[in-house]
Ligand binder design. Structure first.
Ligand code: NI
Length: 136
């Protein structure tokens, strides 16, 4: 993709804040930070619309709660078309970390994430809303 240069008019104060922000985030130049901010907005738009998205759900739970493990498994089987991979890590004697990679409709992904996180006994859950990388 060819790069196009363009001028941006911006208030001095706002640019100062932007420069602080990119310094904190370890960007080496304004252009890359600016491109990432635009992509971040585009990915958010993909999640709000009907665009195919990708991402990951993480869950922390105690596997000794048998009913909980069965419930999590049932839900995952119901959403088989959205789940592309799942990894189970035994953190210690009691706690498990599950990482579920997802790809598909944003609505299904949200529904799956909410269903898993709300199961009684899940200690923590996150949904990382990312992109397939197409169209951004
Ligand atoms: Ni485990």
């Amino acid at each position: 993709m060819p790069l196009i240069r363009f001028g941006v008019s911006i208030e001095k104060d706002l640019l100062g804040k932007f420069d602080c922000f990119i310094k904190d985030k370890k960007y080496t130049n304004r252009s890359e930070a600016f491109r990432d901010l635009i992509r971040q907005e585009l990915v958010q738009k993909q999640w709000k619309g009907n665009h195919e998205i990708a991402g990951a759900i993480t869950l922390i739970y105690n596997h000794h709660k048998r009913e909980l493990v069965n419930k999590l498994m049932d839900i995952q089987h119901d959403f088989g078309t959205v789940i592309i991979s799942a990894q189970h890590i035994h953190l210690d004697h009691d706690n498990c970390l599950e990482i579920i990679a997802i790809k598909g409709s944003p609505k299904d992904a949200q529904k799956l994430s909410n269903s898993l996180k709300s199961v009684k006994g899940v200690k923590h859950g996150t949904l990382s809303m990312s992109t397939t990388g197409k169209d951004i």
